[in-house]
Design a protein around this ligand. Structure first.
Ligand code: FAD
Length: 623
């Protein structure tokens, strides 16, 4: 049976990757179908209801700069906002929001339902229609066939999903949702490299059974930060605090006593879990010398009593979970509303992807999100946007695009995946980016919005706000450059109070802002010097651009040097063994990764600058 409609792009899965993919393709004018198991779980946060954090916040801002939905939904659903690393340099500052799970989901669903060119349909996708190595549609559980020019698969942890609690296990995509078995079997028939990963989640607790008086409260920041460049003050719901408590020796004894029934430590789970987001049993085993571990007690929302104890993710048997929870200060009488569990699932080696996230073996088939071995809503959303956008570009017969490593964390993420692959759930850290000073949260819009506009991803309103900011930055920088404080200026004494060394003869406001001890706002608060630019984002930008100009210029020079060879292409069938001087190990690595460019080759671990030089010399000779 052929369903009445043909689509340009079909996106399978309504999680974080799928929603951004579907929205991106539809924003670019393609008729798009979002096919998902359950319309009620669109935008569902499988684990912690929080968006952002170090590295991840950068991704959210970049998704926003390209017109995506995640930042606006986080602003609409966020109930506690913080700027992490606020005392450090702007490169590593990161926004994090604790979200009301329901408000976040509602915001995503409203956005999807109001997106022109997008249709939503609730059904499981059980099969792909592939003709001559090109995907041309999908088949649903009911046998409906939808045809399309491109398909984006964003099925998260659902492929062959197996849920573990202690030594018990059952099939599931996440708690309460069915797994994707038929689709997993179908994908295993295709020539992709498949493996298993695992992730886990803690038990949830009823707040009415928690003694918060023994915990430390952690309010959000004031003024409350925004995620989206286009959100206005007042966009957030009521703000409430999180709390902090700790595990103790008794907790650790309980966990050690249950390890023989842990699926992780008894060999039942084969998939590899995230090293940097370990389960509590992992922490006790790996950091045996630590006598306590921090737990953030985070509300799940404004209208629920459930809380998320961040830090005790576990797949230990339920009786052990109850005992370990009760051993923690404040949780002595806690009622568990949902058990913690681990989930194992299929993922596909992302080295089988092009930088556009199209698969190398099936034309028109794109993968995005956890299916590519990543973990996290932000990593998923970022990939979804790029995959949906490239699916749309392909349908339009236009050149593909993905940001480069010096342009965006999204570029770092995709390049790492497609070049290096991953053996454990991949998450973003600022340390993964070599050009951190350029890739800041505050300038994500300056880096990406213009490109997003050209691609058709950015709406008129965002474009207007963006241009206004650019103009404000330019006007203010010019004003600072051309206004001088002379020794006889009426405000000179007040200005000197801010300085380590007073003004000798005269100084421009730009020179003064450049001084490390001077804060732009303090300087502008002085009568006759200010007022500060009323556009807060523009003011922040002016201060950062002036203060860090020297470092930024140096990083730009470095990039220019690297870029000389970054995009030098390596032919598909390049014979590395023909280069005398390359070790067998290096040849094996290059043959395995088959990098498209010299830049990609240089980032494969174990590929030395000397090896790169040899490849360049050889390519030149062949050239
Ligand atoms: P998902 O959000 O999983 O969405 C997949 C979507 O696809 C769902 O809507 C599903 O219904 C749909 N779907 C699946 N198969 C089909 C099909 N055949 N047909 C139609 N629709 C289909 N991340 C962290 O950063 N930190 C953590 O601590 C963490 N812990 C986690 C714990 C658990 C138990 C789980 C399940 C996930 C955890 N994650 C964690 C991961 C995070 O939830 C994911 O990285 C993120 O949700 C991935 O987004 P996605 O869009 O790729 O997939």
């Amino acid at each position: 049976m052929i369903f009445a409609e043909q689509f340009d792009v079909i996106v399978v899965g309504g999680g974080h990757a799928g929603t951004e993919a579907a929205l991106a393709a539809a924003r670019m004018g393609q008729s798009t179908l979002l096919l998902t198991h359950n319309v009620d779980t669109l935008g569902q946060m499988s684990c912690n209801p929080a968006i952002g954090g170090i590295g991840k916040g950068h991704l959210v801002k970049e998704i926003d700069a390209l017109g995506g939905a995640m930042a606006l939904a986080a602003d609409a659903g966020g109930i506690q906002f913080r700027t992490l690393n606020s005392s450090k340099g702007p490169a590593v500052r990161a926004t994090r929001a604790q979200a009301d799970r329901q408000l976040y989901k509602a915001a995503i669903r409203t956005t999807l339902e109001n997106q022109p060119n997008l249709k939503i349909f609730q059904q499981s996708c059980d099969d792909l229609i592939v003709e001559n190595d090109r995907v041309v549609g999908v088949v649903t559980q009911m046998g409906l066939k939808f045809r399309s020019n491109a398909v984006v698969l964003t099925v998260g942890t659902f492929l062959g999903g197996k849920i573990h609690i202690g030594l018990e296990n059952h099939s599931g995509g996440r708690a309460g949702d069915p797994p994707s078995i038929a689709l997993a079997d179908r994908l295993r028939e295709l020539p992709f490299r498949v493996d298993r990963l695992k992730t886990g989640t803690p038990p949830r607790i009823d707040a009415r059974t928690i003694d918060f008086s023994v915990m430390q409260a952690q309010p959000g920041d004031t003024p409350t930060p925004h995620f989206s460049f286009i959100s206005k003050d007042g966009c957030h719901p009521q703000q409430i605090p999180c709390f902090i408590t700790y595990t103790n020796e008794k907790t650790h004894d309980v966990i050690r006593g249950g390890l023989d029934r842990s699926p992780m430590y008894s060999g039942v789970i084969e998939g590899i879990g995230p090293r940097y987001c370990p389960s509590i049993e992992d922490k006790i085993v790996r950091f045996a010398d630590k006598d306590r571990h921090q737990i953030f007690v985070e509300p799940e929302g404004l209208t629920t009593h459930e809380v998320y104890p961040n830090g005790i993710s576990t797949s230990l048997p339920f009786d052990v979970q109850v005992e370990l929870v009760h051993s923690i200060a404040g949780f002595e009488n806690a009622h568990i509303t949902r058990p913690g569990y681990a989930i194992e699932y299929d993922y596909f080696d992302p080295r089988d992807l092009k930088p556009t996230l199209e698969t190398k073996f099936i034309d028109g088939l794109f993968f995005a999100g956890q299916i590519n071995g990543t973990t996290g809503y932000e990593e998923a959303g970022a990939q979804g946007l790029i995959a949906g956008m490239n699916a749309a570009l392909q349908v339009q017969d236009k050149e593909a695009w993905a940001p480069s490593r010096d342009q965006a964390y999204i570029g770092v993420l995709i390049d790492d995946l497609a070049t290096l692959g991953t053996k454990e759930p991949y998450r973003m850290f600022t340390s993964r980016a070599e050009y951190r000073l350029l890739l800041r949260e505050d300038n994500a819009d300056l880096r990406l919005t213009e490109k997003g506009r050209k691609l058709g991803l950015v709406c008129d309103e965002r474009w207007r706000i963006f241009n206004e900011k650019i103009e404000q930055v330019a006007i203010e920088k010019e004003r600072l450059k051309s206004n001088w404080i002379h020794k006889d200026h009426p405000a000179v004494d007040q200005v000197n109070e801010l300085l380590k060394t007073p003004i000798a003869r005269e100084a421009s406001l730009e020179d003064l802002v450049r001084r490390p001890e001077v804060r732009y706002d303090d300087l502008m608060n002085i009568e006759g010097v200010g007022p500060a630019n009323s556009n807060k984002q523009a003011a922040e930008q002016v201060e950062i651009q002036i203060k860090y100009q020297g470092y930024i210029d140096r990083q730009l020079q470095e990039i220019a040097k690297q870029q000389k060879h970054e995009n030098t292409e390596i032919p598909k069938e390049f014979d590395y063994s023909a280069i005398s001087g390359l070790s067998n190990e290096v040849i094996a690595k290059l043959e395995d990764a088959r990098p498209d460019t010299v830049g990609q080759a240089s980032r494969i671990s174990g590929i030395t600058p000397a090896a790169i030089s040899m490849i360049l010399v050889y390519l030149k000779k062949q050239g």
